[in-house]
Write a protein that binds this ligand. Structure first.
Ligand SMILES: Nc1nc2c(ncn2[C@@H]2O[C@H](COP(=O)(O)OP(=O)(O)OP(=O)(O)O)[C@@H](O)[C@H]2O)c(=O)[nH]1
Ligand SMILES: [K+]
Ligand SMILES: [Mg+2]
Length: 439
């Protein structure tokens, strides 16, 4: 196994930078730079780092030594906590690069080694990637939970039970007993049914976990000039979108990211909906409708007119969408089911934000039991469920036990692919794509 090294903290100037080395030559790397072997495992030592070519001083650094397999990667690991200046970091990296046994790590290679050495399963690797990407508090909680194995344990638990059922079925193939009709169904059926029910329940999560990971998509729609862009600017607390009294100001879909109660939200402003006056506006309207269609939630906006009449209506609102009547400053009004606001004065905006936060929280966020966070998990679980249902069907029809066993085997394999316990070579590049060098 080659020994790899990389800067593991972010590039650029910083107080401290961490350079990580992993592999059998890690102790040599410490020896060459400090003139001494590594200290005791997990105890920081302060050492002078010298360039091995001319003994010039590179830095005074803290060195942390982890003896494999009790390390992140499962191999011997040395961490150099150096001063985070560019010349210091470059000097140490160049010195390490001169050691013949060392080479620079590729993106995600430290984590990949952790996976290959059984330190993390694939769901835990994904949790770690999500933790590094987490922007909001709820995302952090979900990522940490997954990194600590919450999802992996559930899937491995199901796989263990499935393997036991499979063992029974296989025993039946090897040592067929006196066939009593329906006997096998009575033996295997209940546990397969229970497993299928549990997986079905887990799948029926309203995509909360996936939405929390990706962000909830909210689209603001309505006719021109009702104040959609003005409302977006209020919610974003900055002048993100152009506002004017000209109908048809907004053409492109404009997105801002919000953190509503810990849930990341992508709020989209869209072109006003009307029979467009030209091709560009027409394209804007097409995009607005497409975005509204794809969104998890719509804020449908109408506005009060100075004459007391109504601009727009809520015909595009679906159940669970927000209906907003803007320009409440123009006169008295009362529209049941609509939130009254004024983007001009700020009136009612607290309510709007509160209602939006509440709805978003219903669609995404932390539930008591860990939720599916990626389409990859969902696909694996659906494939597993399909196998279990086919196995149950085959049992009911009293088909050959070999066929039942084959379906159970496929179901177990689909579960195993989620955690990476069975042939996943083809998956690894996809899972590790999210990592950068040093991770
Ligand atoms: N009186 C009043 N005027 C408002 C309010 N909100 C927005 N306006 C005005 O209404 C006009 C249109 O506002 P925009 O935010 O550009 O409306 P829009 O819905 O994004 O318009 P398009 O992008 O053209 O579809 C501007 O002149 C705003 O200043 C409000 O609450 N009260
Ligand atoms: K406008
Ligand atoms: Mg606009």
């Amino acid at each position: 196994m080659e020994t790899i090294y990389a800067l593991s903290s972010a590039a650029g100037r910083a107080g401290v930078a961490v350079i990580r080395v992993s592999g059998p030559a890690s102790a040599d790397a410490v020896r060459v730079l400090t003139g001494e072997g590594p200290g005791r495992p997990r105890e920081a030592v302060l050492r002078t780092l010298r360039d091995p070519r001319d003994a010039s001083i590179l830095d005074r650094a803290l060195i942390l030594w982890f003896e494999g397999p009790a390390s992140f990667t499962g191999e011997d690991v040395a961490e150099f906590h150096v001063h985070g200046g560019r010349a210091v970091v470059d000097g140490v990296l160049v010195a390490l690069g001169r050691l013949p046994a060392l080479r620079i790590a590729t993106a995600g290679e430290f984590t990949r080694r952790a996976f290959e050495n059984g330190k993390l399963d694939l769901t835990e690797v994904e949790g770690l990637a999500d933790l590094i990407e987490a922007e909001t508090a709820a995302q952090r909680v979900q990522a940490l939970r997954q990194m600590e194995g919450a999802l992996g344990h559930i899937y491995e638990g199901w796989r263990g039970r499935l393997m036991r059922v499979l063992a029974h079925a296989e025993a039946e193939i090897d040592f067929p007993e006196e066939e009593i009709p329906g006997d096998l169904t009575r033996k295997l059926g209940p546990e397969i049914t229970r497993l299928a029910d549990e997986i079905r329940n887990h799948l029926d999560d309203g995509r909360r976990g996936e939405r929390l990971r990706d962000g909830v998509e909210v689209a603001i729609i309505g006719p021109p000039n009702v104040g959609k862009s003005s409302l977006l600017n209020r919610l974003a607390r900055r002048e993100a979108a152009i506002v004017s009294d000209e109908a048809g100001t907004t053409r492109d879909v404009l997105e801002v990211r919000l953190d509503l109660g810990g849930v990341p939200v992508t709020l989209a402003d869209t072109a006003g909906l009307r029979d467009a006056v030209n091709a560009v506006e027409q394209e804007g309207v097409r995009r607005a409708l497409a975005r509204a269609e794809g969104a998890d939630l719509r804020i449908v906006v109408a506005a009060l007119r100075p004459d007391g009449g109504l601009e727009g209506d809520f015909s595009l609102a679906r159940e669970g969408d927000l209906r907003v009547l803007n320009k409440a400053d123009l006169g008295p009004s009362n529209l049941p089911g609509a939130i009254l606001v004024s983007a001009a004065t700020g009136e009612g905006l607290d309510w709007l934000e509160e209602a939006l936060t509440q709805l978003v929280g219903e669609k995404a966020g932390i539930a008591e039991t860990p939720a599916i966070t990626r389409g990859r998990h969902r696909e694996g679980l659906l494939a597993c469920l399909g196998g279990l249902e086919r196995a149950l069907g085959a049992l009911r029809e009293e088909r050959a036990i070999e066929l039942v066993a084959e379906d159970l085997r496929l179901a177990a394999r689909s579960l195993g692919r989620i955690t990476g316990r069975v042939d996943v070579e083809d998956l690894l590049d996809i899972v590790f794509r999210d990592f950068c060098i040093g991770k």
